[in-house]
Design a protein around this ligand. Structure first.
Ligand SMILES: [Zn+2]
Length: 234
């Protein structure tokens, strides 16, 4: 399923990207990978979903990141996700039939859930990113609910000792090279019921997909170039 529809931006080949730009690219690729992993889990485990699946997948990405990355990485991740989300929201048109919340709301919800995953430690940054004090309690509850829901799934999806990996990356693709450690982290913590190929393909747009008819995941080759261009934008 489509992670998001972004306007197609010319991919820029930036030589000598700064560490901050490299982190921006990697963090947004991570969120994309984890979001698509949620679709795979929902499909292959036949999970009941109460509410829009895209919102559930967004929440999963933050819950999973919270499990596998340290706090400095999670802080960088939400900053980079918010920066990208707001840049995209500024360019989108409102379509009430899209599967996703409007971009600005989707970004706000991400801050809300991220905060609620660790309210004791994340209030200052969440407020710096725009979260109003009035929603503090609601977001703490929303983050806690997302954590309980997805932790119940993740606790039962642990791979057996010595089991073969189930998310199987192709040998080539820039996004997969950048995500190598993250893909390994997924495979260490999640056993999908079916072997699930993960490939990079030319799609003609900046996007990522999980195809539930044949259990495979695709990151579009355009994504890295578009993220690099976004990282370089003022
Ligand atoms: Zn999606």
């Amino acid at each position: 399923m489509v992670r998001t529809i972004r306007p197609l931006v010319l991919a820029l080949c930036l030589v000598g990207a700064t560490p901050a730009a490299a982190d921006f690219v990697l963090n947004n690729l991570r969120v994309t990978l984890y979001h698509e992993l949620a679709h795979a889990l929902i499909d292959q485990l036949r999970l009941p979903v109460f509410g829009p699946e895209e919102s559930a997948a967004d929440s999963f990405a933050l819950v999973f990141a919270d499990r596998v990355h340290d706090e400095p990485t999670n802080r960088a991740l939400i900053r980079d996700l918010v920066r990208l989300g707001r840049a995209e929201a500024a360019e989108e048109y409102f379509d009430p039939w899209r599967e996703y919340m409007p971009g600005a709301q989707r970004t706000a919800r991400s801050i809300c859930i991220w905060y609620g995953l660790d309210p004791g430690a994340r209030g200052e940054l969440a407020r710096a990113l725009g979260m109003p004090r009035e929603v503090t309690r609601v977001c703490a509850e929303a983050g806690g609910a997302a954590k309980r829901a997805w932790s119940a799934v993740l606790d039962t999806a642990l791979p057996a000792e010595g089991a073969e990996i189930t998310l199987r990356p192709a040998a080539t693709g820039k996004a997969l090279r950048l995500l190598k450690a993250d893909i390994a982290a997924v495979n260490a913590r999640v056993a999908l019921p079916h072997p699930t190929p993960l490939t990079v393909e030319d799609c003609g747009q900046d996007n990522a997909y999980y195809y539930n008819f044949d259990d495979r995941m695709v990151i579009c080759s355009e994504m890295v170039g578009v993220l690099r261009a976004r990282a370089a934008a003022p």
